[in-house]
Design a protein. Sequence first.
Length: 138
Amino acid sequence: MAGCQGAIQHAAAGTTAQILVKAQPALQMESDYEASRLLWMRSGWLKNVGRRNTKETGLAKWFSTVASERAASDAVQIHGANGYSDEYPVGRFYRNCKGAVIYEGTREIHKLMQADYLLGYRTDRPTRCELPAVEHAQ
């Protein structure tokens, strides 16, 4: 989210046309962030009520990985040549998200999992035992 804030501040400097061109990727970053957050919260809610959440967790991880890479790439592009310099932190954000994509393989693995769910090749088996719901202290 810090990269998004920096890109928004950088986009606010300039002429009206420049602001409009730079604001579109920032708006995409914000909507992707909120969508990722909602997917993550749904997965957590399912876990808290004692339901299986394998599909939802995989979808949240996949969407968030793709969104973070797109946001970091857009932030570097908004900053132009400065995006690669050490003057702005967006270059580091981009390298960090690429590391997660390359080393963890999250994007490809979860994309395959979601395709399997969609095409009916993968279904969640019933749980071996009842999952306990989280009891909140009153």
